[in-house]
Design a protein around this ligand. Structure first.
Ligand SMILES: [Zn+2]
Ligand SMILES: [Zn+2]
Ligand SMILES: [Zn+2]
Length: 478
């Protein structure tokens, strides 16, 4: 199957014939493109969004297809990135055999080439899950194993639809295939299921998936249009891939952050190019807000290629105070304190003393009444902390009120509460005597004074006048 000499034994006459044939085919195709283009929404195209990144790389990438090589001008469309390699196809004069050139992406050098009877390769894709390369041509799927940069053709499957563009979708582990606006999916090519339709801009030249989106290059004369879809077929954008150099992009794929395009049918520019996206970024979106002491993160993504960029947002340096939190409440007698923490870093950023409020006492309540000789006491209680305070009341004043009952020789004494009589004294007992109950006994004629004293310290004196022993006596309070 493999024949390295094919590449170098190409017949230049056949080469010219094929070129003429291709031109005829192309004229017809262009007419078709014009007709298609009239009904296509080209007006939505933006500026060219992919730019030529590395001319040198492009030159290196086509060492076998330079004007000095006998293969110049004979191109093929299949191309794919496959791990560290790029596989690039050429077809031969009989259009049945295709040469598959394996280039090492890093060194840009060919490491191997082989020819297979796979017809003209319309599109190539690499399946890293199975280490499989698939080349499609009309309704044929040629399935290769690709191991140690070496291709081995394993299967030639006839598909139930003509689909000459292919892309492997890693996240779904399926192949998408299409030619016009219908995209099919399959895992083994024995049966193609319709996945979805996409708007048709012109001719589907190549398909690729970068893991996030499905990219289709549509070609019409002078325009290579890159349409971007979600993996469910949802529309994401249409961009122009046209520049002076890229006359007819035949196939696309992604290598790291670059897009690879192969140009064919352009005579002077046939080859493999690496182009870079002129990113069109969405606005920055905060994915993690900065706090007072921690940096945040914001990101944006290119609308075209999905490349994401991250950048840090500096810490604000400004604490965000929360509400006051009482750490120790003030009591009636002791002060407390409250704090404010930063809602972001949790540090205490303010602290305040809460002054003692003082007791809130109810009114005094008499617990024991005072007398002349004993002090009573009162209490009051704090309504908040229930603390009780006692207070001694003052003694009642000692008072003596005297009522004289002359007809009974009786001095009646009324004392203030708790008091008692301690003494009855007559200044002159020979005139009159007094007993301990205030009863006066006349003894002789004359005047005397009787003094009554209480334990509380009160005293009162009564004047006593005895006229005759038999007479009534006269007592008056002094
Ligand atoms: Zn981009
Ligand atoms: Zn803070
Ligand atoms: Zn209190």
């Amino acid at each position: 199957m493999r024949n390295r000499t094919d590449l170098f034994s190409f017949d230049s006459i056949k080469h010219d014939c094929i070129k003429k044939r291709m031109r005829t085919d192309l004229t017809l195709l262009f007419l078709l493109f014009f007709l298609t283009a009239l009904s296509c929404p080209f007006t939505v195209m933006a500026d060219t969004v992919f730019c030529h990144e590395d001319q040198e790389l492009a030159e290196d990438m086509r060492p076998y297809f330079t004007p000095s090589s006998s293969y110049y001008g004979i191109s093929s469309q299949g191309m794919c990135a496959a791990g560290d390699y790029i596989i690039y196809t050429r077809y031969s004069s009989d259009r049945e055999r295709t040469t598959y050139v394996v280039l090492e992406a890093g060194s840009r050098r060919e490491v191997e080439h082989s020819s297979f009877f796979t017809q003209h390769s319309n599109s190539l894709t690499y399946n890293p899950d199975r280490q499989e390369v698939v080349s499609v041509s009309n309704n044929h799927a040629y399935v290769f194993s690709f191991y140690n940069h070496h291709l081995t053709l394993n299967r030639d499957v006839i598909m139930n639809h003509n689909c000459c563009k292919i892309a492997y979708i890693p996240s779904k582990k399926v192949y998408y295939l299409g030619t016009s606006n219908t995209i099919y999916e399959t895992t083994d090519f024995t049966y193609l299921n319709k996945a979805f339709d996409v708007p048709q801009y012109a001719v589907n030249q190549g398909m690729a998936c970068d893991g996030r989106s499905l990219y289709i290059v549509w070609y019409s004369v002078g325009h290579n249009i890159l349409a971007v879809y979600g993996l469910d077929g949802s529309y994401q954008g249409v961009y122009s891939l046209t520049s002076d150099k890229y006359r007819e992009v035949e196939e696309i794929d992604f290598l790291n952050e670059s897009m690879l395009v192969s140009i064919a049918n352009s005579e002077n520019y046939n080859g493999l190019y690496r182009v870079a996206c002129k990113h069109q970024y969405s606005s920055w979106e905060i994915s993690r807000a900065a706090t007072c002491d921690q940096t945040g993160l914001e990101s944006r993504a290119c609308r075209i290629c999905g490349k994401a960029e991250l950048r840090t947002i500096p810490a604000t340096g400004v604490h965000v105070p929360g509400s006051w939190e009482v750490k120790r409440p003030a009591t009636c007698e002791n002060s407390g304190y409250r704090v404010k923490n930063c809602l972001q870093c949790g540090r205490i950023i303010r602290q305040e003393t809460l002054p003692a409020a003082g007791h809130d006492y109810s009114g005094w309540e008499e617990m024991e009444e005072s007398t002349v000789l004993t002090a009573g006491y009162r209490k009051h209680q704090c309504r908040i902390c229930e603390k009780i305070e006692y207070k001694e009341s003052s003694f009642l004043p000692a008072t003596i009120r005297i009522v004289i009952e002359n007809e009974r020789n009786q001095i009646r004494v009324y004392l203030n509460k708790g008091d008692r009589i301690t003494s009855w004294l007559s200044d002159n007992p020979q005139v009159a005597e007094v007993d301990e109950s205030g009863h006066v006994t006349p003894k002789g004629h004359g005047h005397t004074r009787i003094t009554v004293s209480s334990a509380g310290g009160a005293s009162k004196t009564v004047n006593v006048k005895i006229s005759k022993l038999s007479d009534e006596m006269t007592m008056t309070v002094q």
